[in-house]
Design a protein around this ligand. Structure first.
Ligand SMILES: NC(=O)c1ccc[n+]([C@@H]2O[C@H](COP(=O)([O-])OP(=O)(O)OC[C@H]3O[C@@H](n4cnc5c(N)ncnc54)[C@H](O)[C@@H]3O)[C@@H](O)[C@H]2O)c1
Length: 322
């Protein structure tokens, strides 16, 4: 049994990690300001399993108190979404800088065994070269990507200077249960699922040929857990994805096959902040972390749709009421 601090633990990804840790018998402290996270994600645990520290990761004292006695610090709290970062770059970058620095300082001073940082494929920016390898130049082109890279750089410096064991995970397009269906942290699979369940048209930005490396959330949870203990992972950056890409039109086709009916959709103007294609090389994570994505996109879509069918409007912030 180990003790973890999960910042952003009430969010989509954080809540899935917390659930897995508790199932493993570990103890968890969740630090979250509930700006995009949801109290329902963390309220049903026993006090002995999960302690919730409500507040801002930019509050140094709060972070330090929450990290006391923890073996691992998983840092996921941050302002999410490319579009909201374009609207409010100051807030996105401030939380990335102050929050990550607070979390790293607490981890160093309290002798946390490892610090795992939720970075993003947005660090790769606009380069059309595929697949993305960790050795490629990171060159973000929006504030969200810059914020992710800023966090990575701070983590790298804390490893180089203080020998705090840090691991950065560059997450690609994560989807699955608990993801918001609207707002800044929503993803296309959540939005499509909600539209299908509400009998509305799925909105497709641009021609639908843009593609992403979609990865099911339980595979990402596995990556976080492996990153805590894998030998030789410290000081490193890893792509976490499925290693395959699918177009948005392909997703609609996947839902069509699953439901055995056509999915109504409507074309919307392409979003200028969207990259055209994205695909990860996951060899490094496979070799060093022992990471193996297990859930195929067909299985993942089925599990996700089923979850939304049961929970939509209940467990997700801003979710439609069915
Ligand atoms: N979901 C993805 O596909 C994806 C991809 C790449 C990177 N990431 C990164 O993973 C992390 C988690 O993303 P998510 O998809 O679960 O989003 P999310 O919005 O569901 O989770 C973020 C959590 O952080 C909390 N938070 C935000 N600002 C905070 C602050 N100042 N203090 C305390 N808590 C704060 C929110 O309330 C929320 O619970 C983020 O850092 C995100 O950038 C996610």
């Amino acid at each position: 049994m180990a003790k973890y601090l999960v910042t952003g633990g009430a969010g989509f990804l954080g809540a899935n990690i917390v659930e897995s840790l508790v199932a493993n018998g570990d103890k968890v402290v969740v630090l979250d300001d509930f700006s995009t996270g949801n109290k329902r994600n963390v309220q049903d645990y026993k006090q002995t399993e999960v302690r919730v520290a409500e507040g801002d990761v930019c509050d140094e004292k709060l972070v330090r108190k929450a990290a006391r006695g923890c073996d691992y610090l998983l840092h996921l709290a941050g302002r999410v979404g490319v579009e909201s970062s374009v609207k409010n770059p100051e807030e996105c970058l401030r939380v990335a800088f102050e929050g990550t620095l607070n979390a790293l300082t607490a981890a160093r001073d309290l002798k946390v065994k490892r610090f795992i940082y939720a970075s993003s494929c947005a660090v790769y920016g606009e380069s059309p070269v595929l697949p993305k390898e960790e050795s490629m130049l990171a060159s973000p082109y929006n504030p969200y990507g810059a914020a992710a890279l800023l966090g990575e750089e701070l983590a790298r410096v804390f490893y180089a200077t203080y020998r705090l064991e840090t691991v950065c995970l560059r997450l690609f397009n994560v989807y699955g249960p608990r993801q918001a269906t609207d707002g800044p942290s929503a993803g296309v699979i959540g939005r499509f699922s909600a539209a299908i369940l509400k009998g509305e048209k799925a909105e497709v930005y641009g021609d639908g040929k843009q593609s992403r490396d979609f990865v099911y959330v339980s595979d990402v949870v596995d990556a976080f857990r492996l990153a805590c203990t894998a030998p030789k992972a410290e000081g490193e950056v890893f792509n976490i994805a499925s290693g395959a890409r699918m177009s948005v039109a392909g997703l609609l086709n996947g839902f069509t096959q699953l439901l055995e009916r056509d999915i109504e959709h409507e074309a919307k103007e392409a979003r200028p902040s969207d990259v055209r294609h994205s695909l990860a090389d996951i060899l490094k994570a496979q070799e060093v972390l022992g990471y193996r994505p297990r859930v195929t996109i067909a299985e993942g879509l089925a599990k996700t749709l089923l979850w939304y069918k049961k929970n939509l409007g209940k467990a997700i912030k801003g979710g439609p009421r069915l």
